[in-house]
Design a protein around this ligand. Sequence first.
Ligand SMILES: [Zn+2]
Length: 154
Amino acid sequence: MKQTPDQKRIQDNLAPGAVSAEGFLGDDRRDVAAIVAADAAALERLGTTSASLAARMRRVTHRAAAGLGATVEVAPGREASVEEHRGSIPCPFRCAHRFMKRSTVLTDCATGETVRYTDLNVHLIEKHGFFEGAGSPFRVEPDALAAALEGVEA
Ligand SMILES: [Zn+2]
């Protein structure tokens, strides 16, 4: 499908070296619309929404930030820690926002499974339904995220 000029600019921003050194697409050959559509279908199968996930991700980060880098219990059976880095990053979809370079690691204490996401991931999921391309270092898998957030209230 032919991209509009705006879609082209977004696709360019998602490439390595534009907004971030690694980019957002990994080795995914699909265009953004196809990635978003596939993840939207996954959310529907999981019976959740990007808004619900984002609200709970934000809650986990808020609770974990109180630990100042230490691990905090954020819900029964769930621990998280927050790591802050210098600087900020803009939304590659050309929203007029910049995001702190902060990442949250959420652990399911029973299985040891962890999910890592940044403040920008929360925004990308909430506003753009974008979990990043397959193979991107910051891709968040919808099923792993939904499982990690089980029991976390918004
Ligand atoms: Zn945005």
